[in-house]
Write a protein that binds this ligand. Structure first.
Ligand SMILES: [Zn+2]
Length: 687
């Protein structure tokens, strides 16, 4: 990658993917987006650059409406709840947004709506009428996520209309076998609806030139590679509207009941947030988005690459007044204890819980997530590694060095900076090396290599720790005070450099350390200076920067995860082992037919029994079935079933039952009909 800072920019517009407001923030979000974005923003600010660091909650889209339905509350209540949790936890964790906005705000609706209108008036959209699934019972067009059915690739029965979560294949609702509406459980019908499409195919030549030629050398290989693969496959027009009642209303005639597709409106949220910031601060937002001397950077996870590298830039380009992203440093995913982080399985470390469990240890998590950042490949977070990195790196190296330096200065010189007398060769070498750190750390950060940058920062702490240990001032204090003065002066200058250069990574530690050293207002340019602390300066009382994390603390966290694992396992269906083999003749004795329930009533004075009349194609017969706990009699008339017709009759509660309806147990222990998925005639043999 070429050095990104080669071109000088006047200001930096840094966006971080808008977290989806249907759950709290976890370490995967932090490692993949917010920690690197924050490090970068802090680094630029320390260098005196003009930075606008933007965040906000993404509050539209179907999963939020589904969650609201499940909980029997309004979508607004869902997003209010999670927006508050997310915003609050980011603040406590030191993510230094200049503005943290939300897409349900009026200013966003206005901005997104205006953006759509401008493209619409420029005739940028294609209008298309297509047939989409519609739930007649609830009178709703069904968003992809509102349709479930069987995956045509792997047979998983709960695949969504946009994706099978079992095999990961992207689907369209038309691919699903036996589609069902999530709203009513009914089979949806096809109905005509009109939508607006962004003609991405039309922009393909421009996108190829802009990305494949223009950003070959400066975009990360994972990002460039994914874009190239999209472009090589060929782009298609993409609908930017949806039939849904939650979101930004489509601002044109004939679009009642339609909103902007969440992926059209969410990235515009960065612009809305900037306008909100402008209103609050009185500063002009437009140069950050419209001036060619501004640099736009999107921090995102790898699942958002297509939206930030292809779709949003196409929107910006067609709108015409905006700059395009200069870089999109997408990260891969962070796993947890060798398993994919999953909100639905509660397999995550939630930020708001971490902040409660580890008060004052914000920097430890920031450090561990950066040291293990999933920069170029997926990476793994383990509690053991968290403990080791705290105890053997932060505490033993960084903390230990700073603490020894300050305690010795306190003890020998009443906390006043001693003079540097005569430098030895070792002193000179150390002082010379200190000068190189701002450039070493900075050039890694300029190229979005955060792990490397952190390693360099820690190399400065290691240098200090080794210098002090080798010099052993405590052994010579009685014989050579002059020498001890010099050693502690050099050590203190290293501490002062650490206070500056660790700030992007460990902002809480930097603040504590600066306070102890009685320093303020230093910038990145002061880094490398070896006389930051003048002789005689009074230092403040030494405090511990880090503390040991004991095994018991880690064991408790591991136990929490084990409990989750156990809970998840209990929730999964227990599959019984297969029965003994039988011959084909045994099987052939079973006469199973397709049939239809034509009458149903509850058997009086029983809890479980329904008396059914079933058309088996052969005859109409009575069957008593133990499913009354799961089905209301009147609701199953017309239900297709499979029935064992040659089971010897049996009297149940005085009723002759002739045969048995085949049922299977679902996840929650509910009995479900094993019924033909296509339109069979009654009496067809199941074999
Ligand atoms: Zn599948």
């Amino acid at each position: 990658m070429k050095n990104a800072q080669a071109k000088k920019f006047k200001r930096h517009t840094i966006t971080s993917a808008l977290p989806y407001a249907n759950g709290p923030i976890h370490i995967g979000h932090l490692a993949g987006v917010y920690v690197p974005a924050d490090i970068y923003a802090r680094y630029l600010r320390l260098k005196g650059e003009d930075v606008l660091f933007i965040g906000g909650s993404d509050e539209h889209g179907v999963p939020i409406t589904i969650k609201a339905r499940q909980q029997g509350v309004s979508p607004q209540e869902i997003v209010d709840k999670y927006h508050t949790i997310i915003k609050d936890s980011f603040e406590k964790f030191g993510i230094s947004f200049d503005v943290y906005s939300r897409t349900s705000s009026p200013i966003h609706h206005k901005t997104a709506s205006g953006f759509f209108e401008k493209l619409y008036n420029n005739n940028e959209f294609i209008e298309r009428t297509s047939e989409q699934y519609f739930d007649e019972a609830t009178q709703h067009f069904l968003a992809d996520r509102y349709i479930t059915g069987t995956c045509p690739h792997c047979g998983y029965e709960k695949a969504y209309g946009d994706q099978c979560e079992n095999c990961g294949t992207s689907l369209s609702p038309n691919d699903l076998i036996d589609p069902k509406s999530v709203l009513s459980g009914n089979k949806p019908v096809k109905k005509k609806t009109k939508h607006w499409y962004l003609p991405l195919d039309k922009y393909e030549p421009w996108l190829k030139e802009w990305i494949l030629e223009g950003h070959k050398d400066d975009w990360k290989t994972n990002v460039y590679g994914q874009c190239k693969s999209w472009l090589d496959t060929g782009l298609h027009p993409r609908a930017v509207t949806r039939d849904l009642d939650w979101g930004v209303k489509v601002p044109v005639k004939g679009a009642d009941g339609k909103v902007l597709y969440v992926w059209f409106d969410a990235p515009i949220g960065y612009i809305s947030a900037s306008r909100e910031w402008s209103g609050k601060t009185g500063k002009d937002w437009e140069p950050y988005w419209k001036d060619e001397s501004s640099r736009l950077i999107h921090f995102i996870g790898k699942d958002n690459i297509v939206f930030h590298c292809i779709i949003f830039p196409s929107m910006l380009k067609q709108e015409g007044s905006y700059i395009l992203p200069d870089n999109v440093p997408a990260f891969e995913f962070m796993n947890l204890e060798n398993d994919k982080i999953s909100t639905s399985r509660n397999w995550a470390i939630w930020l708001h819980e971490y902040l409660e469990d580890f008060p004052g240890k914000e920097d430890v998590l920031r450090y561990v997530l950066t040291a293990n950042a999933p920069e170029t490949k997926d990476n793994d977070f383990t509690w053991k590694d968290f403990q080791t990195r705290n105890n053997s790196e932060l505490l033993n190296i960084f903390g230990n060095f700073v603490n020894r330096t300050l305690i010795l200065t306190q003890k020998y010189f009443d906390g006043k900076v001693p003079a540097a007398n005569e430098f030895t060769e070792d002193d000179k070498a150390a002082l010379e090396e200190i000068k190189s750190f701002p450039e070493r750390i900075g050039s890694s950060l300029d190229n979005f290599r955060f792990r490397e940058a952190l390693t360099e920062m820690m190399a400065l702490a290691r240098l200090g720790n080794k210098y002090l240990t080798d010099a052993e001032p405590w052994k010579i204090f009685k014989t050579d005070v002059d020498r001890v003065q010099t050693i502690l002066n050099v050590s203190l200058q290293i501490c002062a450099n650490l206070a500056i250069l660790c700030e992007p990574f460990l902002p809480f530690t930097a603040k504590k350390l600066s306070d102890m050293l009685n320093l303020s207002g230093l910038t990145w340019k002061d880094g490398g200076n070896t006389s930051l602390l003048e002789t005689g300066k009074q230092l403040n009382k030494a405090e511990y920067l880090f503390e040991k994390i004991e095994d018991a603390i880690i064991e408790a966290q591991v136990q929490k995860l084990l409990d989750t694992k156990k809970e998840n396992a209990e929730n999964e269906i227990k599959v019984k082992p297969a029965k003994e083999n039988i011959g084909f003749d045994d099987f052939a004795k079973l006469d199973i037919r397709t049939g239809t329930i034509i009458e149903a009533e509850k058997v009086p004075k029983t809890k479980k029994l329904l008396k059914l009349k079933v058309d088996t194609g052969i005859d109409q017969r009575t069957v008593v079935s133990g499913i009354a706990e799961f089905y209301q009699a009147e609701k199953i008339i017309g239900q297709k079933v499979s029935i064992l017709v040659n089971l010897a009759p049996k009297k149940l509660r005085g009723i002759d039952s002739n045969g048995m309806i085949l049922m299977a147990e679902d996840k929650n222990g509910k009995l479900c009909f094993v019924s033909p998925t296509e339109d069979f005639n009654d009496g067809s043999e199941v074999r």
